[in-house]
Design a protein around this ligand. Structure first.
Ligand SMILES: [Zn+2]
Length: 398
């Protein structure tokens, strides 16, 4: 018994010495690049109705100081205090004493940008940015439905990536008339902050197989501020015209046709436009650059806008809402919002009737060979070929 007790003592004392050795080291913890060890650190969300004054006041920043901050921010054009948003993150580094006075405040404007208010020495306010990490991602799939919008539900693609795809291919593929069995491969960037995804970055390359045709899109940086998508031969994916006056739609409700039974009048008449049904208020966009030559109302057209693009082409957009229409005489760029889907005039539901004139005659834009945008210039074609080759190999392996 005594021996057992003695053994126990030895083991026990051994454990003790081990414990001494394992005394935890002081771990330096940082938040927003600042050592938090000496502070009470709190990360919170802005409540509805909360102001910066409320927050500063809670952490014992004097009203005089708050006033100073406001003036500093306005004078240095850092941030408008009125733009504080409920639900955004903010953080406070306050003293560990009973006063709990705020020494450093952080307000996150978005996932990346934040404002740092530092009261430690003199007041110091700076606009900071978190480090954004970009990772390469790949995905591929088969289209199971003809509705682009419902692909979101049936695939692992994010709505943001779908939007990018429909923008890249806006001129070549009619995303309102997809075929079941179409295939796609996408090589893209995803952006991360502190290990969490903040969204899709640039699509670097894509392949869309539609009705046996392969449509490649390779991103190419032409200069510091401008990049665009080209096919394997360096031809631009852009056309002078967008395929549709909506960047997102649910269906074409009536095509261009010579004989149509009119849904309202019941008479057989040609329908010299293409109808896109979409919810009331959906933005309508100009399909090409041009001058608004008419922004007006008639009994049949309802509120409408007519754009002259050049001496050959004119387009018209009918049944708009009254509000938000482009004004007569203004110049619009391709993709600019020129009005909103309504059902003014002779219409059974909210839609935009898109009409297209070539040399003064109304034609079906989908049957036209529309002019292409500029290809890659000779100066860059060799650079482009090298990049396109490597992107092609990446797509090939997906
Ligand atoms: Zn129509």
């Amino acid at each position: 018994m005594l021996i057992v007790f003695f053994l126990f003592r030895i083991i026990n004392s051994k454990q003790k010495t081990i414990q001494v050795k394992e005394e935890p080291e002081i771990v330096i913890k940082k938040e927003y690049g600042i050592v938090v060890n000496n502070y009470d650190f709190q990360k919170l969300k802005i409540q509805s109705g909360e102001t910066f004054s409320d927050i500063f006041d809670r952490y014992r920043i004097s009203p005089i100081m708050v006033d100073k901050i406001q003036r500093y921010i306005v004078n240095n054009d850092i941030f408008d205090f009125r733009n504080i948003r409920a639900g955004n993150n903010y953080a406070v580094f306050s003293t560990k004493d009973s006063l709990s006075r705020g020494e450093i405040f952080i307000y996150e404007i978005n996932y990346v940008d934040y404002i740092l208010f530092d009261f430690r020495d003199s007041l110091n306010i700076s606009l900071m940015q978190k480090e954004v990490e970009t990772k390469n991602k790949y995905c591929s799939g088969v289209v199971e439905t003809s509705l682009w919008a419902s692909i979101v539900d049936s695939s692992n693609l994010s709505p943001a990536l779908l939007m990018k795809m429909s923008e890249i291919y806006a001129w070549t593929i009619d995303f309102f008339r997809l075929e079941k069995g179409d295939k796609y491969k996408i090589f893209f960037e995803e952006k991360f902050v502190e290990g969490e995804s903040i969204g899709v970055g640039k699509v670097m390359a894509a392949l869309y197989q539609h009705k046996g045709n392969q449509f490649y899109a390779f991103n190419f940086q032409i200069n510091e501020n401008y990049d665009d998508y080209f096919d394997q031969n360096g031809k631009s994916l852009r056309r002078a015209f967008l395929r549709a006056p909506l960047s997102y739609s649910y269906r074409i409700s009536s095509k261009f046709q010579k004989r149509r039974l009119h849904p309202v009048t019941g008479k057989i008449k040609p329908h010299l436009g293409t109808d896109y049904a979409a919810p009331q208020g959906t933005p309508i966009i100009a399909t090409a650059n041009g001058k608004v030559i008419k922004s007006s109302y008639t009994k049949n057209n309802g509120y409408y806008v007519k754009i002259r693009h050049n001496s050959t082409y004119t387009t018209q957009y009918l049944h708009m809402l009254k509000r938000g229409r482009a004004s007569e005489g203004s110049y619009v760029k391709q993709g600019d919002v020129i009005g909103y889907v309504g059902q003014t005039g002779l219409a059974t539901g909210p839609h935009v009737c898109y009409r297209f004139w070539k040399n003064g005659r109304q034609v079906d834009p989908y049957k036209q060979k529309l002019p292409e945008a500029e290809p890659i210039s000779k100066d860059y074609i060799d650079d482009f070929k090298i990049i396109a080759d490597s992107l092609y190999n990446i797509l090939d392996k997906i």
